[in-house]
Ligand binder design. Structure first.
Ligand code: PGA
Length: 257
């Protein structure tokens, strides 16, 4: 494995002060960490400007949790690509299942956001995942294919090397979620890889595919052992650095194998 992306979405948690304290410790941890581990954090909007200064930009990428596709307009409550560019954001997380579920985000709108992010030279992190009912109906792979094909429509082969995919089965996310078995995750990542190759040929082989949903110290390495698992997108187990640091050291050991 040449590079592994390990990141965390803070959702609607952590104040600026809590975020600063987190970043100071994470900078120290990152300093001595295997350079093949690419860390990223995705705080809430109000923390982005103060944390831009806090985070060691050579080791930790900074992301936003959402973005509108237009550069300006009458869209109360939204944040535009130019606004995020102005403050030096690296990654734009798009289509997290909570956004799809509570704010009705759909694949067509997410596609506009992916294209807007690429046009502004951000790294779009497109989140996809099947719902429990899809899994029970035996259509998980179909659901993932649809989300990828619509979400990445009109992305060119030249642009796609900037894209990150996070596979997060909706039924595995959050405190009420069920941990996904690692062999299931590996099968789904292989499927996602095949769809990416179908869409982008050679270029599809190198798009990083991260796994997320109840990742913890007990299951992280098992997931990463899948050949098409190129990183982890972690919620609860990364918000507390006492839990996150041992996971990072386990990953370092895995990279030495
Ligand atoms: P979790 O969150 O690790 O707490 O399940 C994952 C996510 O929502 O991305």
């Amino acid at each position: 494995m040449d590079k592994v992306f390990i990141g965390t979405n803070w959702k609607m948690y952590k104040t600026i002060e809590q975020g600063k304290a987190y970043c100071q410790t994470l900078n120290d941890i990152a300093h001595n960490l295997d350079k093949r581990i690419q860390l990223f954090i995705i705080p809430s909007y109000t923390s982005l400007i103060p944390l831009r200064q806090e985070v060691d930009s050579s080791r930790i990428l900074l992301g936003a949790q959402n973005m509108h596709w237009d550069d300006e307009g009458p869209y109360t409550g939204e944040i535009s690509p130019s606004m995020l560019k102005e403050i030096g954001i690296d990654i734009i997380e798009l289509g997290h299942s909570e956004r799809r579920q509570y704010y009705n985000e759909n694949d067509q709108d997410l596609n506009k956001k992916v294209l807007a992010a690429l046009n502004k030279e951000f790294i779009p992190l497109l989140c996809i995942g099947e719902k429990l009912e899809d899994k029970e109906m035996g259509i998980s792979k179909e659901s993932l294919s649809i989300q990828l094909k619509i979400g990445l429509k009109n992305v060119t082969k030249e642009q796609v090397n900037k894209v990150l995919i996070a596979y997060e089965p909706v039924w595995a996310i959050g405190a009420g979620g069920t941990e996904a078995p690692s062999d299931y995750v590996h099968v789904m990542h292989n499927h996602i890889r095949n769809v990416l190759i179908e869409l982008f040929e050679e270029e599809g082989k190198d798009i990083p595919i991260l796994f997320g949903g109840s990742v913890n110290r007990g299951n992280a390495i098992g997931y990463l052992e899948g050949k098409n698992v190129n990183g982890l997108f972690i919620g609860r187990s990364a918000w507390d650095l006492q839990k996150f640091e041992p996971i990072l050291h386990d990953i370092e050991q895995l990279l030495k194998r």
